[in-house]
Design a protein around this ligand. Structure first.
Ligand SMILES: NC(=O)C1=CN([C@@H]2O[C@H](COP(=O)(O)OP(=O)(O)OC[C@H]3O[C@@H](n4cnc5c(N)ncnc54)[C@H](O)[C@@H]3O)[C@@H](O)[C@H]2O)C=CC1
Ligand SMILES: O=C(O)C(=O)Cc1ccc(O)cc1
Length: 309
């Protein structure tokens, strides 16, 4: 079955996200040509071995020539470099989008380089795992997950609809948001949990009174969940921290205040305060489950969707 949405798609960056898009596009027949481009020869060769595209090049500028859709899937800190590389080779009318975890910074890095006759529409699929690289991707990653778009004030409505139709073909639910609001929401639901995970695993690793082998041997499931997040790609998460600095610092300040409240309640034996908080937070999880999110699976159960129904 074929449902071609774009004649030629260029994928710039072919890690977890780029390669998952490539697998879906191939499986669903959403494009006639898929040009894969990445910086490193080694990753490009691996993408070719995995047959993720129809053409391969280390030149982002060559990759985007004649493309109708360009998807940039690189660490957010590399957005400006890529924008500069592709700007002079984009076809008039092409849709250029990205998948970066932060939006205001990506817009600031890319928009000034985009020619007027190009539709630049920033996006962010809220789907992923702690793994990275072209081998880590899988078909179905985006199914039943949100993809948020942060269109610019002058974004063409038809181009936005075409891009949304593409993501809906991958199984995503789509929504629009203001970029600053996106960055605040993501700071609390995604960026802080990762930062807390990096911190707790780092703290455990630094403890002098508990040996590393004890941490490994006795790690209960709570700690293990943190280690999964803390195993996420260092480059990607360094860039997210640096490129969503204000929202993350704002949420960290709130978090620290609330932690001090909890610390005080524990110190003074204020069980009622602890009980009230733990009851309230339990309700949040129930709401997530009611909203249809499979929170029990380690990576939201995406691997179970690898094989098509
Ligand atoms: N990993 C996740 O769970 C999710 C990641 N994202 C976002 O998606 C983007 C990509 O993330 P992943 O695919 O997980 O990363 P990844 O590390 O698996 O892949 C990144 C790819 O970008 C390439 N790359 C790096 N710098 C480049 C440059 N200057 N020019 C061309 N290619 C370059 C790398 O070679 C690699 O192919 C990031 O912006 C990240 O914030 C969004 C949703 C989920
Ligand atoms: O692995 C996980 O639990 C994630 O939360 C993956 C993830 C990482 C970054 C994003 O911007 C979106 C999703």
């Amino acid at each position: 079955m074929s449902d071609v949405h774009f004649e030629r798609i260029a994928l710039i960056g072919i890690g977890l996200i780029g390669s998952s898009i490539a697998r879906d596009v191939k499986q669903l027949g959403l494009a006639k040509h898929v040009v894969v481009s990445t910086r490193s020869e080694e990753t490009l060769r691996r993408a070719e071995e995995l047959e993720l595209g129809t053409e391969y090049t280390v030149s982002a500028a060559d990759a985007v020539k004649d493309a109708d859709l360009v998807i940039v899937s690189v660490p957010v800190g590399a957005s400006e470099v890529v924008a500069k590389q592709i700007a002079g080779s984009l076809k008039p009318g092409v849709i250029v989008t990205d998948v970066g975890s932060t939006k205001a910074s990506v817009i600031a890095q890319m928009a000034p380089h985009m020619p007027d006759n190009v539709h630049f529409i920033p996006g962010h699929p809220l789907a992923g795992t702690e793994k990275s690289g072209p081998d880590a991707g899988f078909a179905g990653l985006f199914r039943d997950r949100w993809c948020i778009f942060t269109p610019l004030p002058d974004t063409d409505a038809d181009a936005l609809d075409r891009l949304k139709a593409f993501w809906m073909a991958l199984g995503s639910r789509v929504d629009d948001m203001d970029p600053q609001h996106h960055d605040k929401v993501l700071a609390i639901v995604s960026h802080l949990p990762h930062i807390i995970a990096y911190n707790i695993v780092g703290t455990a690793d630094d403890l002098e009174t508990v040996t590393e082998s004890e941490v490994i041997k006795y790690s209960a499931s709570g700690f293990r969940d943190f280690t999964r997040l803390a195993a996420s790609d260092p480059t990607m998460w360094r860039d997210i921290c640096l490129h969503n600095k204000d929202a993350i610092l704002e949420m960290l300040a709130r978090f620290s205040e609330d932690l001090a409240y909890l610390q005080r309640a524990i110190r003074w034996g204020e069980g009622d305060k602890l009980f009230e908080l733990f009851t309230r937070t339990r309700a949040v999880r129930r709401s997530i489950i009611q909203a249809g999110q499979d929170v029990d699976a380690p990576d939201f159960g995406r691997h179970s969707l690898d094989t098509k129904k």
